[in-house]
Design a protein around this ligand. Structure first.
Ligand code: PNS
Length: 162
């Protein structure tokens, strides 16, 4: 049983994340989307909102589960008996952070492999930050996130501005 974790903040989930989830789910028996509950950050969406959004958007993928985690990724991987971490690479600028994270995780837990997947070219520019930036200025985010997520983002941004 090959169990992989695709970890991230997913604040919010984008087409780029969904592309990686779909492709990664074909490479393992079970894929856990691990949503980080990072208490130091001030996310737009609560952990429950992020988890429930991703669950809804991945319900067509039978071997994908969505779970939140706190603390270290290596501890979450041990707890879930996962052997693989999946991370998406968009550009060389991602590489520096990602290789550091992968090495640090590997030093801590050598049995855990990190596999980098290149994002699809059409999402190579896309990040949750880009989505929030466009949304905050009333921009069109329909090319960035699924249609059902758009009103949720707009509601959050409008609420924040009040
Ligand atoms: O989507 P993101 O914010 O780029 O995801 C980053 C994430 C969640 C993969 C990373 O911050 C992480 O694994 N955090 C958990 C804490 C941890 O294990 N840190 C290791 C630091 S070297």
């Amino acid at each position: 049983m090959k169990r992989a974790i695709y970890p991230g903040s997913f604040d919010p989930i984008t087409f780029g994340h969904l592309d990686i989830i779909t492709r990664a789910s074909k490479l393992c028996d079970e894929l856990i989307v691990g949503v980080l509950n990072n208490k130091q950050k001030n996310p737009l969406f609560s952990i429950d909102e992020r988890v429930s959004m991703i669950k809804e958007l991945t319900e067509n993928l039978d071997n994908v589960r969505v779970e939140c985690f706190e603390g270290l990724l290596v501890d979450f991987a041990k707890e879930k008996d996962a052997q693989v971490i999946i991370r998406g690479l968009r550009a060389v600028t991602d590489f520096e952070n990602e290789i550091q994270l992968a090495h640090a995780n590997r030093v801590q837990y050598p049995q855990l492999e990190t596999i980098f997947m290149t994002t699809s070219l059409k999402y190579a520019y896309l990040s949750s930050t880009v989505v929030k930036e466009f949304a905050s200025y009333g921009g069109d985010i329909s090319l960035f996130v699924p249609a059902q997520v758009i009103p949720l983002i707009e509601a959050k941004i409008n609420n924040k501005e009040k």
